[in-house]
Design a protein around this ligand. Structure first.
Ligand SMILES: NC(=O)c1ccc[n+]([C@@H]2O[C@H](COP(=O)([O-])OP(=O)(O)OC[C@H]3O[C@@H](n4cnc5c(N)ncnc54)[C@H](O)[C@@H]3O)[C@@H](O)[C@H]2O)c1
Length: 259
């Protein structure tokens, strides 16, 4: 059990990467606070964990709101006594997939930055405060994107993820003396999560099949990325097996950025 006795908070745990990671963290022995803006969805995640004999609690939180982020971390301390791991996983897509730079409004820009970048900033800030108060270090993992590593389309979205990557490295360096590690995973196209639907992709099976085919063809390994691929990378990075790994931006991308 790689995460035995660890207390973890995961944001966006109601769907996709967040749900898959919550299930894997619990399977590895972590007690997990599952946070999401949708309480219904995150309660479903907690049910799945409990059915598999794991320990988890659900909390409704909007990661762009500081009071919610503080309350979410309080839930970890209140239920389980401390915080060992924060996984800042929430990210929202461009309002309409394929949107070009000049089509974005200021409101689109503000919404993307407030959730994708401010959300990660708030998570990092309040986790670091707690880790310092508790003593003994701590672990932060962020979800970035290949769209923050290379030009990929989704210009403003990519810029928010580039910000997440830089925040990850800066927190890693600044907090290394306190034993706080901070890394990110950078996934490529994942058509099977809720993300593309949130970007306006119709839910029809033939559309999903086409999206899976197209994203798979973009990746040298030839298949789309899954939430479970990301969860495996996440388990490693938050575990003590990665005790000497910090400031890393790990592509989970089937070789996409190496090409
Ligand atoms: N799906 C992809 O193609 C892809 C590719 C690269 C990176 N990513 C990144 O992976 C991460 C996870 O995405 P996913 O594909 O699992 O998406 P998803 O849409 O399946 O899950 C995102 C979850 O975040 C929640 N959420 C949205 N806004 C929130 C807020 N303000 N506060 C709290 N919760 C909120 C949603 O309710 C949802 O449950 C995101 O950071 C995303 O940017 C996704």
């Amino acid at each position: 059990m790689l995460l035995e006795n660890k207390i973890a908070v995961i944001t966006g745990a109601g769907s996709g990467v967040g749900r898959a990671s919550a299930l894997r963290f619990a399977e590895e022995g972590a007690r997990v606070v599952c946070a999401d803006i949708s309480l219904d969805r995150v309660e479903e995640t907690v049910e799945l964990i409990k059915k598999a004999a794991g320990t988890a609690v659900a909390v409704k939180a909007d990661v762009s709101a500081e009071a919610d982020v503080i309350a979410m971390l309080d839930t970890a301390a209140g239920n389980f006594g401390r915080l060992d791991i924060l996984y800042n996983n929430v990210g929202i897509p461009t309002p309409r997939l394929g949107m070009r730079l000049e089509e974005h409004t200021v409101e689109d820009f503000d919404r993307l930055t407030s959730v994708n970048l401010r959300g990660v900033f708030l998570g990092c800030k309040h986790a670091v405060l707690r880790f310092k108060q508790q003593g003994g270090g701590g672990v932060i993992l962020n979800t970035g994107s290949v769209a923050g590593l290379v030009g990929w389309g989704g210009t403003v979205y990519g810029a928010t993820k580039g910000g997440v990557h830089q925040l990850t490295r800066a927190v890693a360096i600044e907090c290394a003396p306190e034993g706080i590690r901070c890394n990110a995973i950078c996934p490529a196209g994942m058509p099977y999560t809720g993300f593309m639907a949130a970007g306006g992709m119709p839910a029809a099976p033939e559309v999903l099949e086409q999206a899976a085919k197209t994203t798979g063809e973009n990746h040298p390994l030839g298949r789309p990325i899954t939430a479970e691929d990301c969860a495996e990378a996440a388990v490693y990075l938050v575990s003590d097996r990665a005790a000497n790994v910090t400031g890393v931006l790990l592509p989970v991308d089937g070789g996409y950025v190496a090409r």
